[in-house]
Design a binder for this molecule. Structure first.
Ligand code: 3PG
Length: 308
């Protein structure tokens, strides 16, 4: 079988070498398309491949039509909102993700951004500490769990609410030491910082709006390492205009980036390129998991982590 690694934002070289080794040792051929800038390059590269490993690369109907041999797509990462699942299912293409493999990398970035913002982007002015500040996790998947674990070292009380879990289920996650909120309103009311951790689904799109954010304190901070579509950008701009201390740190550049930057230069920060999973460790974890999942799929039809 021919396996393509298609990454417009490439993995660390070390991860790529190890992915290649796993694929070739199992008797498959390996090819890669890295740093591509044009969809035409992807359409050309997928023409004769049986499997593709991707990151946030867009796999839509057109790409699948161009890939007539394609049998499996593995998104090396958590979120698979970049793959058209309906089109894949219609073509009997198996789509998988590699849940949890980059969770620690993203969780560490949450703390990096909280410190960076609380220290006024290291501009030398008087900042604030994380200790005793209340942290709210909106949704409670693999990344949120790592954030909860790390927060103990910072002495931050942690609250959680997930529209995808019952209150009882959340309370059962005792090992993470989180206080389970009964509603998203209670979560936003109870916390100084809110960190978003839900997947992008039709039900979660635009779920963070003006009303919900206005339950946060005047000097609150929102951290988004998930997806930009989860929040209503114009609502956040309105809230930040009304509250001169409110902050927003994000790893997913907003559509209204220029407006955020012009209006709130010290209270807004975005990474120039999504960086949550951009560590050698996470690249190795998720890339190798993807390669192993493909080998197991072709060897014995293993469909663990299938999402469609
Ligand atoms: C994920 O869903 O796993 C993260 O958003 C990482 O995305 P990336 O692989 O494009 O950096």
């Amino acid at each position: 079988m021919k396996v393509l690694l298609a990454t417009s934002k490439p993995f660390a070289a070390q991860a790529v070498q190890r992915i290649q080794k796993i694929i070739e040792s199992a008797g498959h051929s390996f090819t890669k398309l890295e740093n591509y800038t044009d969809k035409a390059q992807l359409l050309d590269a997928v023409k004769d491949v049986d499997a593709v490993i991707i990151r946030s690369d867009l796999i839509d109907q057109e790409v699948m039509e161009a890939a007539s041999n394609l049998k499996i797509v593995v998104r090396a990462g958590a979120g698979y909102d970049n793959v058209n699942l309906e089109a894949a299912t219609a073509r009997n293409i198996c789509v998988m993700n590699t849940p949890g493999q980059n969770a620690n990398a993203v969780a560490e970035l949450v703390f990096g951004m909280m410190i960076f913002m609380q220290r006024n982007q290291f501009d030398g002015s008087v900042g604030r500490e994380l200790k005793n500040r209340r942290l709210g996790l909106y949704a409670f998947g693999n990344v949120a769990k790592m954030v909860a674990k790390i927060s103990r070292g910072f002495d931050m009380p942690v609250y959680a609410y997930s529209p995808l879990l019952t209150h009882e289920d959340l309370r059962k996650e005792g090992e993470y030491g989180v206080i389970a909120a009964y509603s998203n309103i209670e979560l936003f009311q109870s916390c100084d910082f809110i960190s978003l951790h839900m997947p992008l689904l039709e039900e979660t799109r635009d779920c963070v709006n003006y009303e919900l954010m206005s339950y946060m304190p005047e000097d609150g901070m929102l951290i988004n390492t998930a997806r930009k579509e989860l929040l209503v950008e114009e609502d956040l701009i309105r809230l930040m205009e009304e509250r001169p201390l409110f902050q927003y740190a994000t790893d997913v550049k907003p559509d209204r980036h220029d407006e955020f930057l012009a209006k709130f230069p010290k209270r807004y920060f975005t990474t120039p390129k999504k960086s949550g999973a951009q560590t050698t460790d996470a690249n190795i974890n998720s890339g190798l998991a993807a390669a192993k999942q493909i080998v197991a799929f072709f060897d014995n039809g293993d469909e663990c982590y299938r999402v469609n």
